[in-house]
Design a protein around this ligand. Structure first.
Ligand code: PMP
Length: 465
């Protein structure tokens, strides 16, 4: 069925959007003026908008469509599950076959420390569940003073009432009375801008020292957990040195605080292995995931916990009493059926291996742009990458916001048939689907280079350099 053919025309569709639809993380009034870009269809790495423009999506939707658009076997899996059993609650001890099989599968493919799975509707809900489980755990084991959470500056952990406070990006706090008094940050391990410089060992030592200092300042007995992304995504694709995650994990263990890895972006082959934790042999106490779990075909995320956390909560509750966390759509059978098929595509369908092969083309393409006059830094791991644009490569100064460069760059990319993320601070984010072909990488970088050249051709941008 073509939804748009049932609707009057693009102008009235746009008017309806502007009048009624609230868009996530957007300037609401500006959106009313601008109106939506309506996407019509997708196939492989490509999107078509409602005006027939074909666009190469180098951001996999919102770093989620890892298997690409139009995977028929995923559509079939959803359709079959909907036909057979579209819904089953997990309340009252009910369960469904896909949810059970998915939990078992996730335990198999994640670090050995993680043995229990709570299935959510996305990443924010997964982070929120992790926070609630941690609070419940410490209360249950008789350490109720452990209430403080430490996260990274520029980290992103969703936009739930608590998760948005672990997120350390100003727009998620402004006007929302966040962060909470129990939420704290340490500097981001950013080789391009950290005060300790880019030397890997110095940067890792500085991060570990920051964590120790923050725990000491709050009081070791009052800190519950450290939350981090193995590579910070929404904060601008910040790639810490190899060994950083392991060093932070070891420090957390020594400090007797839980180590939570948020793999919502980095999971499911995005950085090479199935999970970024694997690359450093890190075994977290809790892990959150979403996005690539279903490749965005339907909403689903997961919170995984170690046996220690699970048992602490399970045995801390009065016998027979419910643990009061859950939702109507927890462990949704359609989401689970889609996730199982997507996981099959990663492994048996060769998608993960194709992504690993593609990473070399991705790295070469980004590295080549380092010499472009607008580019200060190019960084990447696996198929997660960014270009940071600066007005001065020596001082690393950004651009005057009055130039409105982020929107201009995004629009120039669109004109050149390329979608990527253009962050407000002049960072361009890339996360291609793992199914990109060699030719699609070539097209991506031709279009990206042309986009940067087009922007550079504007007299006001030249004058800013
Ligand atoms: N954690 C991380 C690391 C994320 O990148 C995101 C989403 N970008 C979330 C949590 C929240 O996930 P969702 O948008 O599915 O709620």
């Amino acid at each position: 069925m073509n939804l748009l053919s049932d609707l009057p025309d693009l102008a009235s569709l746009s008017a309806m959007d502007r009048a009624h639809l609230i868009h996530p993380v957007s300037p609401w009034r500006q959106h009313e003026q601008r109106g939506p870009t309506v996407l019509q269809s997708g196939s492989g790495a490509w999107l078509t908008d409602s005006q027939g423009h074909r666009l190469l999506d180098s951001f996999a939707g919102l770093w989620c469509v890892n298997v690409g658009y139009g995977q028929e076997s995923v559509v079939q899996a959803a359709a079959e599950q909907m036909r057979q059993l579209p819904y089953a609650t997990g309340y009252f001890h009910f369960s469904s076959e896909p949810a059970i099989r998915l939990a078992e599968k996730l335990v198999q493919i994640t670090p050995a420390s993680l043995t229990r799975v709570y299935l959510t509707l996305g990443g924010s809900e997964a982070v929120d569940a992790a926070v609630r489980f941690i609070v419940q755990y410490y209360n249950a084991i008789g350490k109720p003073a452990k209430k403080h959470f430490i996260a990274l500056e520029r980290g992103y952990h969703g936009s739930s009432s608590t998760g948005a406070g672990l997120t350390a990006l100003p727009v998620f706090h402004r006007g929302f009375d966040l962060p909470l008094p129990t939420q704290h940050y340490i500097p981001s391990p950013n080789p391009y801008r950290h005060a300790a410089g880019a030397d890997p060992q110095a940067l890792i030592a500085a991060s570990v020292a920051s964590l120790r200092a923050k725990v000491a300042q709050l009081g070791a007995d009052t800190v519950a957990a450290f939350f981090c992304e193995p590579i910070q995504g929404s904060g601008g694709v910040i790639v810490p040195p190899k060994g950083w995650l392991k060093a932070m994990r070891d420090a957390a263990r020594e400090l007797d605080i839980l180590f939570v890895v948020d793999e919502v972006i980095t999971g499911f082959g995005r950085t090479g292995p199935m999970f970024a934790c694997e690359a450093e042999g890190v075994e977290p106490d809790l892990m959150t995931m979403a996005k690539g779990l279903t490749s965005g075909y339907v909403p689903m995320g997961a919170t995984m916990v170690s046996e220690k956390i699970y048992a602490g909560i399970a045995d801390g509750a009065p016998a027979g009493a419910a643990i009061g966390h859950g939702a109507t759509y927890s462990a949704h059978p359609v989401g689970a059926a889609v996730a199982l098929e997507v996981l099959r595509l990663y492994e048996e369908g060769g998608v993960l291996a194709n992504g690993q092969r593609g990473a070399a083309h991705f790295a070469t393409g980004l590295d080549a742009l380092r010499s472009h006059p607008l580019v200060g830094d190019a960084r990447h791991r696996g198929l997660l990458g960014a270009l940071e644009l600066v007005s001065n490569k020596t001082t690393k100064a950004g651009f005057d916001p009055a130039l409105g460069l982020p929107d201009r760059i995004f629009n120039a990319g669109y004109q050149n048939g390329l979608i990527f993320r253009s962050f407000g601070d002049h960072i361009l984010g890339f996360a291609p689907a793992l199914i990109f072909s060699e030719d699609e990488y070539a097209q991506m970088f031709t279009r990206l280079k042309k986009t940067l050249d087009d922007v550079l051709a504007a007299p006001d941008v030249r004058a800013a350099l």
